[in-house]
Design a protein around this ligand. Structure first.
Ligand SMILES: [Zn+2]
Length: 120
């Protein structure tokens, strides 16, 4: 199954596990895992994107993100996905256990995009 649209079959061995349509439109889903934050709330603990890449490409789109993260059943405990289309942040998907904590999740992602660490 395509990791982006979760609807169509993926192209075998495609780098981002996408179907043909999502690959053509430049959509990618990047998965991150949250854990408890230092001052309460959440912090990013692992991700398919390095802190550097997140900062470089997604800091500004995350700042401007007005949408509400949506709960998706395919995500495991504390997992979050950034669904992107070329330069744009399309949506944020969150695991069922993060439902009800949308603001804390968005805050954790914005904090993560400010980090200059080389790894999570
Ligand atoms: Zn797709």
């Amino acid at each position: 199954m395509c990791r982006v649209c979760l609807k169509r079959p993926e192209i075998p061995d495609e780098r981002y596990g996408r179907c043909e349509q999502c690959a053509k439109s430049g959509r990618v889903a990047f998965r991150l895992r949250l854990g408890p934050g230092r001052g309460g709330g959440y912090a990013v603990k692992a991700g398919e994107l390095s802190p550097h890449a997140l900062r470089q490409k997604w800091r500004v789109p995350l700042e401007g993100f007005k949408g509400k993260p949506t709960v998706k059943q395919h995500l495991g405990l504390h997992e979050v996905e950034l669904v992107t289309a070329k330069e744009r942040l399309e949506s944020v998907r969150i695991a069922p256990d993060l439902g009800g904590h949308e603001e804390a999740v968005t805050a954790a992602l914005r904090d993560a995009a400010e980090r200059s660490d080389s790894s999570w």
